[in-house]
Design a protein around this ligand. Structure first.
Ligand code: NAD
Ligand code: DAU
Length: 355
């Protein structure tokens, strides 16, 4: 028995791979292109684990996908691989179209061919789980009800439009060909191994480095935060028991305005690593130009997954954010490794001209 995971060297994928292999003796084939966001350092504890087979490659590489499926005969494919950063999609959408849409298409099409040829028993047990985002639903007014699975798709950024397109392809491959798919739409994750281009790790690391903490616009945009390990447990649950062709929203019931998230990080750092001059990290907060087309609010109604599959998050925001900050304080070597030249180039481009 084995499963094929794509994007397992990125933030959520690597947490999923580490958790999976800690709990299961099933072989896991981890296919990752190792873009700027993929990092083998994250997986170094698996170096001598015979159940982890790492393959560097692209989900859009049809012969490679076909070869891996034939060789390893997985019972499931879990697709994390994607370009995931909204700001990068605004600067340059090409890679988002290529990986998130064309890549997902190639993965689906080659998986379909493999699945169609399986013997009856394996065919009915097979699953493809596509990991998606709440951003496909667009932006919510502050007084609107959280997104349910029935909410219309209204993606606003090149990133969310490319993820929405991939969700539609997954849906169509089920409807037309009967491919046994599951889709999850999750809110904002945070936790260990989060690449420091995203708000929470960026703020932790900038604070410690004495740099400005950049807040886009008025900082009152709202996100619903979920600790990454809770996302991973939800995916395992959907893979094990989700109804075929269904989508499941996953969220933490932790809606917070960005400024509150940043202030919370500052006050935990004030306690855990006080500044020598006695000032608060909050003094480094700096309001900068807003993200173009910035979605105002996301919020997930996660009652379906709770009702049908009995899943609930373990962490609250206050327990999860403290764990996350401690992890960054204790893992400076990982941070140094990912904050390479390419990362510095991105930061210089994105935050050029800000104080
Ligand atoms: P990430 O950017 O940290 O990691 C993406 C991984 O995919 C990297 O390891 C990268 O090397 C790999 N990759 C990129 N293009 C590839 C390709 N063509 N072929 C193979 N591998 C490729 O992303 P993440 O935050 O871990 O997100 C994982 C998935 O979860 C994405 O599909 C994203 O849309 C979704 N998601 C993310 C969040 C979040 O808050 N981060 C929330 C909901 C859903
Ligand atoms: O909602 C799920 C999505 O969450 C995922 O699909 C994406 O892959 C993931 O990147 C994340 O998208 P966001 O755009 O919400 O995450 P990000 O960390 O980039 O930004 C969070 C909020 O903080 C957002 O409102 C923008 C704001 N922000 C971000 C950065 C990087 C700032 O104010 N300053 C910053 O420097």
């Amino acid at each position: 028995m084995s499963i094929l995971v794509t994007g397992g060297a990125g933030f959520i994928g690597s947490n999923f791979v580490l958790d999976w292999l800690a709990q299961s003796d099933e072989t896991l084939i981890n296919l990752d292109a190792l873009t700027y966001a993929g990092n083998l350092d994250t997986l170094k504890s698996l170096q001598n684990n015979p159940n982890h087979i790492f393959v560097q490659g692209d989900i859009g590489d049809a012969p490679l996908i076909s070869q891996l499926l034939t060789q390893y005969q997985p019972r499931a494919v879990v697709n994390f691989a994607a370009e995931s950063h909204v700001d990068r999609s605004i600067h340059g959408p090409t890679d988002f179209i290529q990986t998130n849409i064309v890549g997902t298409f190639q993965l689906l099409e080659n998986t379909r061919r493999y699945w169609e040829a399986l013997p009856t028993e394996q065919k009915s047990a097979f699953r493809l789980l596509h990991v998606s985002t709440d951003e496909v639903y667009g932006s919510l007014a502050n007084d609107a009800a959280p997104f349910t699975e029935q909410h219309p798709y209204e993606p606003n950024s090149p990133y969310s439009a490319s993820k929405a397109a991939s969700d539609h392809l997954v849906r169509a491959w089920h409807h037309t060909y009967g491919l046994p798919v599951l889709t999850t739409n999750c809110s904002n994750n945070y936790g260990p191994y989060h690449f420091p281009e995203k708000l929470i790790p960026l703020v932790i690391l900038n604070a410690l480095a004495g740099k400005p903490l950049p807040i886009y616009g008025d900082g009152l945009q709202i996100r619903d935060w979920l600790y990454v390990k809770d996302h991973c447990s939800a995916i395992r649950r959907v893979l094990a028991a989700g109804r075929l062709g269904e989508t499941y929203n996953i969220g933490g019931w932790n809606e917070k305005p960005n400024i509150e998230v940043v202030q919370t990080i500052c006050s935990i750092l004030d306690e855990l690593k006080p500044k020598a001059d006695g000032s608060s990290y909050a003094a480094q907060i700096s309001y900068i130009t807003d993200r173009p087309g910035h979605d105002r609010r996301y919020a997930i109604d996660a009652r379906k997954i709770e009702r049908e599959l009995g899943w609930k998050p373990d962490e609250t925001f206050s327990s999860g954010i403290r764990k996350t900050i401690l992890w960054y304080l204790e893992n400076q070597a990982w941070v140094a490794n990912v904050s390479s030249g390419a990362y510095r180039d991105w930061v210089n481009k994105q935050y050029a001209g800000t104080p």
